[in-house]
Ligand binder design. Structure first.
Ligand code: DC
Length: 246
């Protein structure tokens, strides 16, 4: 740093700082609630309700990984070509409008929920180049009055200064049953044994990758939702948040 920079900071941060430079109110960063957890732990549904209840913005970071995965299929970038995937992601035209995910202006909300896309998202998410290419896009969602961000590394990597960090867990059987119900409701066929096998494989990959593995942040509150309803889970999270913000 140049000598001039030191003098500038010394003068303006010291007790003789001019009134015009003094803060009028304490610094209050935009609040963020991070909700991390394994596939089908209910975090997506819970995050959307918490965000709507508080009037906050919502980041479904898994949807970004799924959009990247879908684009890699469409544009035929190999799932192990990390530099190629990063380049593709940087050039992607992604928008979220009224709950719909758009790729190049076309609604792909249904397509990105397919198991094939989810599995590919998990496969490309192991590469640090891919993760890095998505960092700025994720942080750009932090806007007033606040953000609820759901994913795997929201509390550990993307928003380490989050106001509240939640880690949702549920048994693999409970998650497979939820995923089965979700897929049937959307009109996709699903087989429980296949779902269990896929979930176990995806958990294993998400938890054991070296880049931003799925794990609770040291300061996260963990909640096992196996026996909880969505409403009970939401209530607990809002309760934790209200206790911090009083
Ligand atoms: O939450 P989801 O099932 O939609 O996410 C799809 C995949 O994307 C998941 O298996 C791993 C990856 N992912 C990730 O690595 N980090 C995130 N923050 C979100 C998703």
């Amino acid at each position: 740093m140049k000598r001039d920079d030191f003098e500038f900071n010394d003068r303006n941060n010291g007790p003789d700082r001019p009134d015009s430079m003094k803060p009028t109110r304490p610094f209050d960063p935009t609040p963020v609630i991070t909700i991390d957890g394994p596939t089908a732990s209910g975090k997506g549904t819970v995050a959307a309700i918490v965000a709507a209840t508080l009037g906050f913005h919502l980041l479904d970071s898994g949807a970004l990984y799924r959009l990247a995965a879908l684009a890699s299929i469409r544009y035929e970038v190999a799932k192990d070509d990390a530099p190629g995937l990063a380049k593709l992601i940087e050039a992607l035209h992604i928008t979220f409008r009224e709950g719909c995910a758009q790729l190049d202006g076309v609604d792909v909300s249904g397509e990105i929920r397919q198991e094939e896309v989810g599995n590919r998202a998990s496969a490309i998410a192991v590469y640090p180049e891919v993760r890095q290419a998505l960092v700025a896009r994720q942080r750009a969602f932090r806007k007033r009055p606040g953000l609820v961000a759901d994913g795997r590394d929201m509390g550990t990597v993307i928003f380490p200064d989050a106001t509240l960090k939640v880690f949702l867990t549920a048994s693999v059987e409970a998650r497979a049953a939820r995923r089965h119900k979700q897929l049937m409701q959307k009109g996709f066929s699903a087989n429980m044994d296949d779902l269990l096998r896929d979930l176990r494989a995806r958990d294993d990959r998400d938890m054991n990758r070296s880049a931003a593995p799925l794990r609770p942040a040291a300061d996260a509150k963990t909640l096992d939702t196996s026996g909880l309803s969505i409403d009970q889970t939401v209530e607990q999270i809002i309760g934790w948040y209200s206790a911090i913000r009083v």
